[in-house]
Write a protein that binds this ligand. Sequence first.
Ligand SMILES: Cc1cc2nc3c(=O)[nH]c(=O)nc-3n(C[C@H](O)[C@H](O)[C@H](O)COP(=O)(O)OP(=O)(O)OC[C@H]3O[C@@H](n4cnc5c(N)ncnc54)[C@H](O)[C@@H]3O)c2cc1C
Length: 409
Amino acid sequence: MPVTKIYDVLIIGAGPAGCACAYQLANSGLNIAIVEQASFPRDKICGDALSADVINQFYRMNDALASSFLKLRPKYASNGIRFYAPNNTKLDIPFKKTSQKQAAGYVMKRLDFDSFFASEIKKLPNIDFFENKKVINITPHKNYVEVLSNNARFKTQIIIGADGANSIVNRKLSNNTINKKHHSAGLRQYYENVAEVSSNDLIELHFYKEILPGYFWIFPLPNNAANVGIGMLSSEISKQNINLKEKFTELITSHPNLKDRFKNAVAKEGIKGFGLPLGSRKKQLSGDRFLLLGDAANLIDPFTGEGIGNAIRSGRIAAEHVKNVFKTNKFDAQFNAQYDKKIYQAMWKELSVSKSLQNLLKYPWLFNFIVKKANKNKSIQLLLTSMLDDVDLKKELTKPSFYVRLLFN
Ligand SMILES: Cc1cc2nc3c(=O)[nH]c(=O)nc-3n(C[C@H](O)[C@H](O)[C@H](O)COP(=O)(O)OP(=O)(O)OC[C@H]3O[C@@H](n4cnc5c(N)ncnc54)[C@H](O)[C@@H]3O)c2cc1C
């Protein structure tokens, strides 16, 4: 197969990480290709929750991009979280609102979200956007990297692995295997007509004993639809020998908080699953002539399961690093290690606090205790609202002294 063209930068994967990296490199003067196995619009199994951080990341890239996203329909505005504790009690925590013009977060099908981002990239100069090209092999050479897809062959000076949880760049060049203690399995099923969903603007997280550390979710979508799913740590699934699909169905049909709500609900698809590589351990993110981004770099928040914001953030950081690579003409592992450093400088504090929160789920009574206290005390609710987007405050939740103070009000 002849080489299509020799690129400066070849990005594999046109999800949020790949698109963000391409967007930030568009005016760099470099020759860029983005190679995607699917063609848009394409689905991605996800909860579809877009946190405030995702909108912030758009603003960090370009105000016009953020406003185009905010104008997009259909999406559901979410202004808080309804937590269900292991003892089945609930607690509503509103998000902090930073603007009257926009919601704090949104729920939008990835089919629509990713197509929007991909269509923005297709408008840009200097970027060749290839769809329906599944990368099947990668061969590193001293002065370039060769990339083979099912129907094309490319050469590039540097390769960007933005190809998600099962990244071929990770498998071929970084040699990192799945560690079940740092990996979750997730299931999603779209529904219509789940009772009590459209009556509020809250996303729902249900932390029930039998699925800890993990949760069941109901995220409202427009037109009386909802993204319903479950995520659980893979090591616990193995340890407890859980069949996650059966557990999901069992919750919907027999859990006291859920069974009546799903009585007249209509499933719009079969149950679909995908892996979540969690950012609860550091890993190698780069090497000679390659960088890993987003899920390929294991940057998903271990407590919330959110990864879109960090995927975009890693795309932005990678683009800045790539510009330095070409400025200094250094493509080696030693130089690229600066990228790893920048990623963890930006994200490790939050990821490690989330890891500690995930560990706390081993003590379900703590969760019950917070919900009970917060339901009685408005100032505790306000504190929890602030904790949602302040990592230093969130860290308090991991300290025994916080619970002692709660106990004595
Ligand atoms: C069940 C579940 C629920 C989740 N819920 C949420 C949520 O509500 N909110 C949130 O923020 N995050 C959520 N996440 C995490 C989120 O989906 C990811 O973190 C995010 O999609 C990462 O973006 P990415 O660009 O790194 O990878 P992806 O979005 O996976 O994009 C990778 C792209 O690479 C392409 N690709 C893969 N292999 C190849 C190949 N060999 N050749 C060419 N192209 C290839 C794929 O087709 C895809 O387009 C969830 C994940 C799961 C599994």
